[in-house]
Design a protein around this ligand. Structure first.
Ligand SMILES: Cc1cc2nc3c(=O)[nH]c(=O)nc-3n(C[C@H](O)[C@H](O)[C@H](O)COP(=O)(O)OP(=O)(O)OC[C@H]3O[C@@H](n4cnc5c(N)ncnc54)[C@H](O)[C@@H]3O)c2cc1C
Length: 538
């Protein structure tokens, strides 16, 4: 049996909720903190608020680990807005690890990761490298590559995947309207958007994935730092045969410099679907929008095709903001995605940061709830993800942030994950990344018997050992007789040269892991203990 979805009875389709604009999508609720705590009608280990990429990713990561998760979403169906169109290398690696790569790519277009610049689409122009790796670079780095796929294709794929797990329950048309959050759990008041009926649920952990104008964040009293309105942009979603015009100039973004129609054309999935965006200063025109006729005229000017008849599907405005939440956690409640950071579309990192942080939070919550780690592990969510979010927020506020190159930005996207190397296998191509499990993964380079023995004797989360052949081990950076310990996200937890005592190495690393690289007080050598309760596997 698979997970359940409850739908708003008036939902016209399972996945689409066509809002007129991103700005109009989230209505801010005033959340109330009840003075007398109501009696909860149900209890859940984790309540996730929001079915955007952050909420869906957190829920999938938990459900894949067998953790029960309740997801609530105010809308009757998923957002129908294309929004993010650039799925990064690391995000694709995570989606691939769930077996979703083909489904995701099926809704996108094949492009080169270059930004084309010219007076009009029809004119001559130049293609410039972006921060996304080229095909050739991806082939060296990763078992996959970035994808040009609109968010309104990606989200339904994630939702369907989530619903395949017994542990997941999704309630559409249900919003959070009240919150009493404490360190040992949250009492959350949920309201059926249609009937207005309310009920209270107790959640051991609450994940606020409720977007840029997070009502949960406000209720927790967490502020945002940074400019909330840098500029405003108008996006026109339309269909027109532009690929025919572009021929083999297939890129991820086209910047046109026509004096009357300067803006960007971004492919938004199959069927010659496009978004044309124009940015303008708020100070000049605080509430500007475009009529269909005006948009069509600009698209004709920008494309350089005077007789083009674009089919306009939607015109919406969105605000460029570059903000970071003061903290990502309050007691048992966590902020993730746009609730924790508002990133302008410049550089294409908003959704990617949301998904990667959600994955990080998801596996850590799962480990704690399964008793594989003590609650201190959850502190590392913010210590590890905040610097990434801060970097991407700052980059997106930089007018030249979109022009950075892969050499500069890939380390941020890939984080500290182990090196990808293809393994010889009869079962088809297998990457070292494919060997990562839900617990710890130990890679050894030959002479592995002592490491294997040690792996079964050290208490802690499940630990699977993979003995790599000498060449692959060399590629991953493990010398003969040495070993590397990786977390579920591929981050290196330990690396040892030959001659290391395996039991001492593994035991020491496992005990110190939640604090290993971040909170060890080297002056006193006092390291928080990591409580390990699970039996060994494999
Ligand atoms: C035009 C545009 C282009 C972009 N391009 C890119 C790009 O190329 N690459 C990239 O990485 N990013 C891009 N982004 C950013 C990306 O769209 C966001 O970062 C991403 O949607 C964040 O996901 P999220 O899950 O955090 O929030 P959201 O997608 O906003 O989801 C939040 C959900 O929570 C729900 N919700 C809110 N309040 C409540 C409540 N009280 N109760 C229940 N549910 C609630 C909302 O209805 C919503 O469905 C772009 C954004 C825009 C606007």
């Amino acid at each position: 049996m698979s997970g359940e979805i409850e739908r708003h009875p008036r939902a016209s389709s399972l996945h689409r909720d066509n809002q007129p604009s991103d700005e109009g999508a989230d209505v801010v609720n005033s959340l109330t903190t009840p003075t007398v705590p109501p009696i909860p009608s149900a209890s859940t280990p984790v309540l996730v608020v929001g079915t955007g990429p952050a909420g869906l990713t957190t829920a999938i990561t938990l459900a894949r680990q067998g953790i029960e998760v309740l997801v609530v979403e105010r809308r009757p169906a998923l957002s129908g807005l294309p929004r993010a169109a650039s799925v990064s290398t690391r995000t694709m690696e995570l989606l691939r690890s769930w077996g979703l790569e083909q489904e995701i790519r099926a809704g996108g277009v094949e492009v080169e990761w270059k930004q084309w610049v010219g007076p009009t689409l029809a004119a001559a122009g130049d293609a410039h490298l972006t921060s996304f790796p080229t095909r050739e670079q991806s082939a060296v780095l990763s078992p996959t590559a970035p994808a040009s796929v609109p968010q309104d294709h990606l989200e339904p794929v994630l939702l369907e995947h989530l619903l395949g797990f017994d542990a997941a329950r999704v309630e559409m048309g249900t919003e959070v309207v009240g919150l009493d959050s404490r360190s040992d759990g949250s009492l959350v008041t949920l309201r059926d958007v249609e009937t207005r009926g309310t009920r209270t649920v107790h959640a051991r952990y609450l994940v606020a994935a409720d977007g840029a104008r997070s009502t949960v964040r406000d209720a927790l009293g967490i502020g945002m730092r940074g400019p909330g309105r840098l500029s405003q942009a108008i996006g026109t979603e339309f269909r027109a045969p532009l690929w025919e015009l572009l021929g083999d100039r297939r890129y991820c973004i086209y910047a046109v410099t026509h004096p009357e129609a300067a803006g960007v054309f971004v492919p938004a999935g199959r069927g010659d679907r496009w978004v044309y965006g124009v940015e303008h200063e708020l100070a000049q025109e605080p509430s500007a929008s475009l009529t269909e006729e005006q948009s069509a005229r600009l698209i004709r000017l920008g494309s350089g095709l005077a007789d083009l008849e674009p089919r306009i599907e939607r015109i919406g405005t969105f605000t460029f903001a570059a903000q970071l939440a003061d903290r990502f956690r309050q007691g048992s409640a966590f902020l993730v995605g746009d609730a924790a950071h508002r990133i302008t579309p410049r550089g294409g990192t908003g959704m990617n940061t949301a998904i990667q942080s959600a994955y990080d939070l998801g596996w850590k919550l799962a480990w704690v709830l399964r008793g594989w780690a003590g609650p201190q592990l959850l502190d590392t969510y913010e210590t590890e993800r905040r610097p990434v979010a801060a970097h991407n927020v700052a980059r997106s506020a930089d007018p030249h942030g979109g022009a950075r190159l892969a050499a500069q930005e890939l380390p941020v996207d890939l984080g500290g994950r182990i090196v990808h190397v293809w393994l010889p296998s009869r079962a088809g191509a297998v990457s070292t990344l494919d060997l990562l499990g839900p617990g710890l993964t130990l890679f050894t380079g030959g002479s592995s018997a002592s490491w294997q023995r040690a792996a079964t004797s050290v208490p802690g989360p499940p630990l699977v050992v993979h003995v790599l052949d000498a060449i692959t081990a060399r590629g991953v950076g493990i010398p003969h007789g040495g070993a590397l310990l990786a977390r579920p996200d591929g981050a290196t937890a330990g690396w040892w040269p030959p001659g290391t005592d395996p039991v001492a190495a593994l035991r020491g690393t496992v005990q110190a892991m939640p604090s290993a690289s971040h909170t060890v007080d080297r002056r006193t050598e006092q390291r928080p203990t990591w409580h390990c309760m699970a039996d060994r596997q494999g």
